[in-house]
Design a binder for this molecule. Structure first.
Ligand code: HEM
Length: 241
C-alpha cells in the first residue's frame, strides 16, 4: 500500500531574508527619492541654483575624493539595491503564484465589497504593476536627463552643466510632462505601501509604530507628488522657462 510522506521543502533564500532585503533596499531608494526631491526644488530658484546643485553633485568632497567619486559611490549602491529589490520581489511573487496565492476574481470582488476599497488596499494590490512602471521610468529618466540619449532626450540636451535647460526642454514636450506627472502618482502609491510594509517586515508590529509608519508613508508620498509633479506642470504653464 502506498504511503504518503510529508516532505518539507526548505526554500533558499528564505522568505524572511527576501523580505528584509526588499525592506532595506526599498527604504534606501525611498531615501534617495526624497533627497533627490529636495535637490529638484532648486529648480524654482532659477537656472543658476539648479545648475550649481548639479555641478556640486559631481564635485562633492573634492579634493578629498576625486571628481565624481561620491556620485559614483551613490550610483553603485543604488544599482545594487535596485537589482536586489527587483530580484527579491520577483522570487516572492513567483513563489506566491506557484502556491496558488493569487486570489480568485470572486474573492477580490468580495474583498472590495467588504469595504477594503481603501488607498491601502489599492496600493497593495498594484505593487507589481507600479514596481514594473517605476523600473521603466528610471531607465527613461536617466536616458532623458543624465545621458541625454536621443530620441528620449531632446536635441537641446547640452550635458551636465546645463541641467536646468535640459529639464525645461524635456518638460516642454506635453507627453513627457504628462508621463512624469502620472509616474509621480504611481511612485507615491508604491512608496506609500512600501514604507508601511518595510516597517512591518523590520519588526514594527505594535499599534503605535504602525501608526507612525502610516504617517511617514503618507507624508513621503504626498511630498513626492506635490514637489516633483509641480515641476513638469510649471514648465507646461510657462512658469519655468
Ligand atoms: C519631476 C521629478 C524629477 C525631476 C525633475 C528629476 C530631475 C533629474 C535630473 C535633472 C537629473 C540629472 C542630474 C544630473 O545629471 O546632473 C536626474 C537624475 C536622476 N534621477 Fe531624477 N528627477 C525626478 C524624479 C526622479 C525619481 C522619482 C527618481 C527615482 C525613482 C529619480 C531618479 C533619478 C536617477 C537614478 C538619476 C541618475 C542620477 C545619476 O546617476 O546621475 N528621479 N533627475
Amino acid at each position: 500500500m502506498a504511503s504518503t510522506v510529508d516532505v518539507k521543502v526548505r526554500r533558499v533564500p528564505a522568505a524572511w531574508v527576501l523580505k528584509v532585503t526588499m525592506a532595506v533596499t526599498g527604504l534606501l531608494w525611498a531615501a534617495f527619492v526624497l533627497i533627490h526631491l529636495y535637490g529638484n526644488t532648486k529648480v524654482f530658484f532659477g537656472a543658476e541654483s539648479f545648475n550649481g546643485y548639479a555641478h556640486w553633485l559631481r564635485h562633492a568632497l573634492y579634493p578629498l575624493f576625486p571628481e565624481g567619486a561620491v556620485l559614483w559611490a551613490f550610483r553603485i549602491v543604488l544599482v545594487i539595491s535596485l537589482v536586489l529589490h527587483v530580484a527579491s520581489a520577483t522570487i516572492l511573487w513567483s513563489r506566491g503564484r506557484a502556491a496558488g496565492g493569487r486570489p480568485s476574481r470572486a474573492a477580490l470582488i468580495a474583498r472590495f465589497r467588504g469595504g477594503r476599497r481603501s488607498l491601502q488596499a489599492i496600493s497593495a494590490r498594484l505593487m507589481p504593476f507600479t514596481g514594473v512602471m517605476i523600473l521603466a521610468f528610471v531607465i527613461i529618466h536617466v536616458l532623458d536627463l543624465t545621458t541625454g540619449t536621443r530620441p528620449i532626450a531632446t536635441a537641446e540636451f547640452g550635458g551636465h552643466e546645463t541641467a536646468y535647460e535640459n529639464l525645461v526642454a524635456s518638460f516642454s514636450r506635453p507627453w513627457m510632462a504628462a508621463f512624469y506627472v502620472l509616474m509621480m502618482l504611481l511612485i507615491a502609491l508604491h512608496v506609500f505601501h512600501g514604507i508601511r510594509t518595510a516597517a512591518q517586515d523590520l519588526g514594527a508590529m505594535g499599534y503605535r509604530l504602525r501608526l507612525v509608519a502610516v504617517w511617514v508613508a503618507g507624508l513621503a508620498s504626498l511630498a513626492i507628488v506635490l514637489g516633483n509633479a509641480l515641476i513638469p506642470l510649471a514648465v507646461q504653464m510657462g512658469i519655468l522657462t
